[in-house]
Design a protein around this ligand. Structure first.
Ligand code: ACM
Length: 559
């Protein structure tokens, strides 16, 4: 596809030529001369300003996840009120990426940058976001960022790659503008060339909205933060013993009854289908895929309390607000159960553009083993029928499922090995390394510690590329789940997720040769101004020398 060329930027569009070729050519030439002259005087003014800009070093910028390759040229591009953004206009999604960047620059600097508007007379610096078929950047989500004193050029094969690239660009913009050198503020951006692409294609976090419900606004804020660190997956744990959180039109009692409770007796809640679509669309705008999970055949008390016909544990299912696991199961030998699952998978799949459907499958302790296997095999066919690729917690690898299914390795190495022997892909979510609900240490607020305490360094210093014998070729990626037994507000959610989720973004994007704790620690310390400005109540780990910012951080209190 064609990208906008630099020389055509300031010229009026072609229709002028059609009316009167001679007059139009004159007008065009005059305009061209005017633009050239203006350009020359702008260049002079700009050169003056550039001489005054501080030297910058792209290689020591605080980028997370760290890019694959950085070549610094130790100069600066002046982002200011005269900068404009241009994107390939015929390539799908590129203009939206340009608009997104303009929005974020406005948020950070208060500058209003035009996107694909005619060049302003005084415009002196340009950001181009180009669709490029270059082979050098043909990996999914790859991009190249080339920053000189005169321009910022971001090249990518896809809008998703461009979107990842503008996160890097956002991170390169200094926290504060420099207003001592000119009559107006300038944000000097380090010059150089970045070539980047992710190690793993699946880079996710899971939110448990079942144990405690989180509003659409909370989920959107989490998406904002994930996108900034180049995550591409949000897994929503939509059902569990304590609550059913997604409207299913053909089974309305699921939310009417099953959505009314949560851990600790609080109010519960659920997403209407419109809410869910809103989350999916918001995620898509951030180039994030939503993975919906309906956990079964265990973790199904809320569903069975809503429709007792589903229940298979031989007891009356009552609504439950505690935190025990492993006591519920669907009746795996009843046709109604599979008719129910077919409806649920169909309705959710119809609203989910992403390729995955997660069936849970963990901790079905009261389901007989042969019933469990029978169940997973039947449900895997239902998921396939509705056009989705099945993901399940690692227990599902015990069933006879094919290599298109994916196992999420959270606990059992033996199950992970079974998955590998079936040729399945594995998502790494080992509880002792990446469960965001594990406490940081004995003193930290919120969270549990049944798998481990996970301080910020433990979260970062391990090697997913060589984890417990899972061959690299089987690893689809990494996902950090956040279970919500002990948290019920966005502040509490953020306390557990941040800063560890930032480290997991680097583990899943950056090669192991490019990672080291000492360097990461410094880059992480410098995330504080962004987190504070986003009003993120991160855990201020004493292992990190957090950078002070003008945005005050207020630590949350546990009541
Ligand atoms: C899990 O933590 N039960 C997947």
């Amino acid at each position: 596809m064609r990208s906008k060329s630099k020389t055509s930027l300031a010229l009026p569009s072609i229709p002028l030529l059609k009316k009167n070729p001679i007059r139009s050519n004159l007008v065009r030439s005059a305009l061209f001369m005017a633009v050239v002259l203006l350009g020359l005087s702008c260049q002079k003014e700009k050169k003056k300003r550039m001489l005054n800009l501080p030297r910058t070093d792209m290689a020591s910028e605080n980028l997370i996840p760290k890019p694959l390759k950085i070549i610094a040229t130790e100069s600066a591009f002046a982002l200011d009120q005269f900068t404009a953004i241009y994107t390939s206009e015929n390539a799908s999604g590129f203009e939206e990426v340009g608009n997104f960047l303009a929005e974020k620059i406005k948020w950070k600097t208060d500058l209003d940058l035009p996107v694909n508007a005619l060049a302003k007379e005084t415009q002196q610096g340009v950001i181009y976001i180009n669709q490029s078929d270059s082979l050098e950047i043909n990996a999914a989500e790859a991009y190249q960022l080339y920053i000189t004193q005169d321009s910022v050029v971001l090249n990518s094969n896809t809008a998703t790659g461009a979107f990842r690239g503008i996160q890097t660009l956002q991170q390169l913009i200094p926290d504060a503008g420099n207003d001592t050198l000119a009559a107006y503020k300038v944000w000097p951006i380090a010059t150089g060339k970045i070539t980047d692409s992710p190690s793993f294609e699946y880079r996710g976090s899971m939110l448990d909205v079942a144990r405690h419900f989180f509003s659409v606004a909370d989920v959107k804020k989490y998406i904002d933060l994930l996108a900034y660190y180049k995550y591409n997956i949000l897994h929503l744990h939509l059902s569990d013993d304590q609550g059913w959180r997604i409207e299913i039109k053909s089974w309305p009692l699921l939310t009417e009854i099953g959505g009314s409770t949560e851990v600790g007796g609080e109010a519960g809640g659920f997403y209407t289908q419109e809410d869910y679509k809103e989350i999916v669309a918001y995620a898509a705008k951030h180039h994030i895929t939503v993975v919906p999970e309906i956990d079964m055949p265990g973790h199904t008390n809320a569903a069975s309390a809503s429709y007792p016909i589903l229940n298979g544990n031989g007891k009356k299912a009552e609504l439950y607000e505690g935190t025990h696991v492993g006591f519920s199961t669907f009746d795996t030998r009843k046709d109604t159960v599979y008719a129910f699952i077919d409806d649920v998978v169909r309705e959710i799949s119809e609203m989910t553009p992403g390729p995955y459907f997660h069936i849970g499958g963990d901790e079905s302790h009261v389901t007989k083993k042969n019933d469990y296997i029978y169940f997973v095999e039947k449900v895997s066919k239902i998921v396939k029928k509705h056009g989705k690729r099945m993901i399940g917690w690692d227990e599902v690898a015990q069933a006879d499922i094919d290599s298109t299914s994916i196992a999420q390795f959270w606990s059992s190495r033996a199950n992970a090995e079974k998955a590998v022997s079936k040729g399945m892909k594995v998502i790494l979510s080992p509880a002792k390394k990446v469960y965001l609900d594990m406490q940081y240490d004995t003193l930290s607020k919120f969270g549990l510690h049944w798998a481990a305490y996970i301080p910020v360094d433990t979260a970062y210093v391990w090697t997913p590329e060589a984890y417990e014998g899972v061959p690299l070729k089987n690893i689809l990626g990494l996902e950090a789940p956040l279970w919500s037994e002990t948290i019920s507000t966005i502040d509490e959610l953020e306390y557990l997720a941040f800063p560890r989720a930032i480290g997991y973004s680097e583990l899943s994007w950056t090669t192991k040769e490019n990672r080291d704790w000492e360097g990461y620690k410094v880059r992480l310390a410098n995330q504080a101004p962004y987190l504070d400005r986003m009003d993120v109540k991160y855990y201020p780990s004493p292992l990190i020398d957090w950078k002070k910012s003008k945005y005050t951080y207020k630590e949350i209190k546990k009541d």
